[in-house]
Design a protein around this ligand. Structure first.
Ligand code: UDP
Length: 250
């Protein structure tokens, strides 16, 4: 498997699984090659339909993870291809473990100050060898000062938890100036680490129904999750019409 899999105009990286993603990232960090990853789910694919800038930012990422079960099912339906899920949150935990093992310095940007501080404490407790080069909350106005802080820290890996799509735009806009070889948007992951939010239990993760768990816990997000049926409908339509799938939209 080596060609991107294009779903409604968004190209997913044809990764064999989380280890494959990690191996690629490791190679880039070792070579000090600047790259960034985005986790792509049906919600982002749908948002990208009405926002060409978001679509371009997603497609410009070096690694586009198949984060949602919906995207994996769409790959099977449209191309008959199995595309393993690599969720952003699970890759985050693998990367943190790899950072502790390899001495990579990490920077954690985003979430509230309390959540960010608590996440740092938890990660250090879980991985005593982890080198947190720097961290700060995600409520700031001066991008330039934050980038200076990240660069001064000498971080190898920058995690950006500003929520979507802000974090994707933020990374793409500043990728050139940010010196850390690897950057990745991690949404609400720091809230999961700090305990402010709960990671979906294993049953939901295994069945790819984290969205259902989140809907049950945070019903106010129902409007955002309307993207899921819209996405399913568009994928079905793409499957049934002769128009190339990449031209279909939500
Ligand atoms: N956040 C932030 N700065 C902002 C807006 C949001 O740091 O200006 C953080 C927020 O505190 C939370 C995360 O971004 O920790 C967004 O979490 P959510 O689960 O909503 O992520 P999404 O589903 O949008 O990826």
């Amino acid at each position: 498997m080596n060609r991107d899999i294009r779903i409604l105009g968004v190209a997913l990286s044809p990764l064999a699984g989380p280890e494959d993603a990690l191996a690629g990232i490791r190679g880039n960090i070792d070579a000090q090659r600047k790259t960034y990853a985005v986790a792509v789910n049906p919600e982002k694919i749908c948002a990208a339909q009405n926002d060409p800038r978001l679509r371009d930012v997603l497609n410009a990422a070096d690694l586009r993870l198949c984060d949602g079960i919906g995207a994996a099912l769409a790959a099977r339906l449209l191309y008959g291809q199995a595309l393993p899920r690599v969720t952003g949150v699970s890759l985050f935990f693998r990367l943190v473990a790899a950072a502790a093992e390899n001495g990579w310095r990490i920077f954690l940007l985003g979430a509230s100050k309390e959540s960010n501080d608590a996440a740092c404490r938890k990660l250090t407790a879980d991985h005593p060898a982890l080198r947190i080069a720097g961290h700060r909350d995600g409520y700031f106005e001066d991008d330039s000062a934050v980038i200076d802080q990240i660069n001064a820290s000498g971080a190898d890996v920058l995690f950006v938890a500003l929520g979507s799509p802000r974090q994707e735009f933020w990374i793409a806009e500043h990728r050139e100036r940010i010196e850390a070889p690897f950057c990745m948007g991690i949404g609400g992951t720091l809230d999961v680490v700090s305990g402010k939010a709960k990671w979906a239990p294993a049953l939901f993760r295994k069945t790819g129904t984290e969205w259902l768990y989140r809907l049950i816990r945070e019903p106010r997000r129902w409007r955002r999750q309307l993207a899921l049926p819209r996405f399913a409908w568009r994928v079905l339509k793409a499957r049934l019409t002769p128009t190339p799938p990449s031209r279909q939209s939500c």
